[in-house]
Design a protein around this ligand. Structure first.
Ligand code: KIV
Length: 262
């Protein structure tokens, strides 16, 4: 998948399916499963680094994981997430850091926010860096919300979100993530912008969907939002496997004949 394909998918009403990955192994598994777009999300702060939120993720972290994923992915569109404070303080920082993510192998960058970051989106677009916006419950603003809460519920908030979506499109964004907003609002935004909307907790009417890999696989259960559907229960499988391994070593059953050299 390429950046121009995103527009084609919207035109052809073909869903854009995105999953996060943070390493080469899972990037390969995602591609084998036919996933065409991989987001190296700053969610790695929570699911890989074990932090309570994404705020402590650094550019160095994102560059490292983007390199791992981009180095393994053969065909997928690789999206590099811009971490907190890599684009908020100054436009020059934003441009430079977005460029570094592309140098690490990303094909596009994602950043959170609407009106406040339009000049960044415009500047990146002008120099050929494809930008994916992120509106709604933007996790880097978690403290402003007082927790991970659904956004865009009242009329004023909904109007502001729709305006942000249109402004992002006008500034040159090639797609946008809509996170944790009411499904009817996501539908309205999807109908009123010409770039694809990629939903997470934004209902079924978006042009595509994204999920955090470890949520989708049932590996991460510290906090499971309503919008997550675990398609597997890998944490339970891992626990069972590890307990069996421990038991078999303790009982002298492993290694057996077939795992021993003679
Ligand atoms: O960091 C991330 O994984 C994300 C998705 C939840 C959209 O931003």
């Amino acid at each position: 998948m390429t950046v121009p394909d995103l527009q084609r998918y919207k035109r052809d009403k073909k869903k854009v399916i995105v999953v996060t990955a943070y390493d080469a192994l899972f990037a390969r598994i995602l591609e084998e499963a036919g996933i065409e777009a991989i987001l190296v999300g700053d969610s790695l702060g929570v699911v890989v680094q074990g932090r309570p939120n994404t705020l402590s993720v650094t550019m160095e972290d994102m560059l490292y994981h983007t390199r791992l994923v981009a180095g393994a992915a053969q065909k997928a569109l690789v999206i590099g997430d811009m971490p907190f404070m890599s684009y908020q303080a100054a436009r020059e920082d934003a441009l430079r850091n977005a460029g570094r993510l592309l140098q690490a192998g990303a094909h596009a960058v994602k950043l959170e926010g609407g009106a406040a970051i339009l000049d960044r989106v415009d500047a990146m677009t002008r120099v050929g860096i494809p930008v994916i916006g992120h509106l709604g419950m933007t996790p880097q603003s978690v403290h402003q919300y007082g927790g991970y809460k659904v956004q865009g519920k009242g009329k004023d908030q909904a109007r502001a979100l729709l305006a942000d979506a249109k402004a992002l499109e006008e500034a040159g964004a090639v797609a946008m993530v809509l996170e944790a907003i009411p499904a009817p609002l996501a539908r309205t935004i999807t109908e009123q912008v010409s770039i694809p909307t990629i939903g997470i907790g934004a209902g079924p009417h978006c042009d595509g969907q994204v999920l955090v890999l470890y949520d989708l696989l049932g590996l991460f259960d510290d906090f499971v939002p309503k919008f997550v559907k675990p398609y597997a229960h890998l944490k339970a499988d891992a626990l069972q496997a590890l307990r069996r391994y421990k038991e078999e070593v303790e009982q002298g059953k492993f290694p057996g004949e077939s795992e021993s050299y003679h």
